[in-house]
Design a protein around this ligand. Sequence first.
Ligand SMILES: Cc1ncc(COP(=O)(O)O)c(C=O)c1O
Length: 470
Amino acid sequence: MDLFLEPERGRPLAEQLYQQLRRGIAEGRLRPGDRLVPSRQLAGELGVSRHTVTTAYGRLVAEGYAEGRAGGGSVVAPTSMLPQRPTGRSAALRPARRFGDWTPLFPARPPDHRFDLRPGQPERTLFPIAAWRRQVSAAIGSDCAVYGDPAGEIRLRRVIARWVARSRSVVADEDTVVITAGAQHAASLAAQVLLEPGDVVAVEEPGWWPARRLFAALGATVVGVPVDEQGLVVDLLPPGARIVYVTPSHQFPLGMTMSMPRRGALLRWAQDNDAAIFEDDYDTQFRYVDRPIEPLQALDRFGRVIYLGSFSKTLSPAVRLGFAVVPPPLAGPVAALRQLIDWHPPTSTQAALAGFIEAGLLDEHLRRTRRVYAERHRILAEALCGPLGRHLTAHIPGAGLHVAALLRDGLGEESVIQAALERGLLLMGLRRCYHGHPLEHGLVLAFSSISTTDLPPALRILGGVLGGYA
Ligand SMILES: Cc1ncc(COP(=O)(O)O)c(C=O)c1O
């Protein structure tokens, strides 16, 4: 904590020092257990006598703000002795109405559990820790001492442009790739650049609800558009939508692939209605049975598609890197906005990822994880076609890391989720993926956060829970 003493202020220096430290403790800048700087050192740094510092420390100790330690030195006292911090309830600190009483969608720590079948995370043990550590250590160089490019490091942009062109036929070059902190961040940047307040954004219904919330946070009017077995029902898009947000490779959460005719219809609709399409290709690298269809971005002849890519599933959500491939007119404004917000993701992490992809390690990692996930996909599919099929109806997609299944017999998802939690199994319901009122109850069953050996017992628990309602 910075301290500023003013000899000419007329108040004794020890008093000024005491007041500043006390305020630092009361306001939480100095936290319980923090060591106070040794008196000799602080006296030297501030250019005052040691007596001034020991007088201030002595008063903090006498009033319960600090405690002396047996081996010498003082630490900030436990919270119970400290005055309450102001709660900041003034009207000026009320969040804007559209944020209501929001709290984060995903809790930092899940409740105690044995098994986790919720979507969203790749399995920790599959992370290629040794290879990644080598790349990170090689990446820490002189570039780490200066601001980087707000569009992302050129080396990583080049590598990603080549990688998405090769693996997904996406048309990209270093000038149209923007490195972001994940796909959601990419959507946020592109939407901020495109939207005027009140603009309409169409999202899939059901769909990836954090995107829906993001667009609402940006002041957009969000409209849910139904999906059928071919993907988004283009005929039901609201006229005037400025952005259409879709997951065509593997619809989240229902899992269908958008058909080729639908892709054509969506691109034409966007052209006729002067809309942009956000193509979220969040887990496309995991396909087990058939070949992926060309992305909208590659089919787009009008320059209307913004392609959103993520390394959260292919590598790790903790690395927090993703990217957007944007039509050329948007690259400048997106990078400019990025610079205003947080400039760029850590350059060393970007360099590590560039090295990782260049060395072929991402492809190698994907081949390995695809095999592991393919086996789990098979186990889950068999269970859903077998014992679980009495209670759950699922159309099993040939891709992705989860399967959505509808609950039969009028079972309520909340009670199933609660009963499973009591048996140590974490589940996610389908209803939260709906923008409007969901008609059906269901589960989104993922096999990414659970090991292959744990998957069968977890599914048996689920069978037991569902059987308990029969
Ligand atoms: C459909 C969908 N889109 C986007 C994301 C977010 O990706 P990122 O972590 O790159 O922001 C996820 C994460 O699970 C997802 O499921």
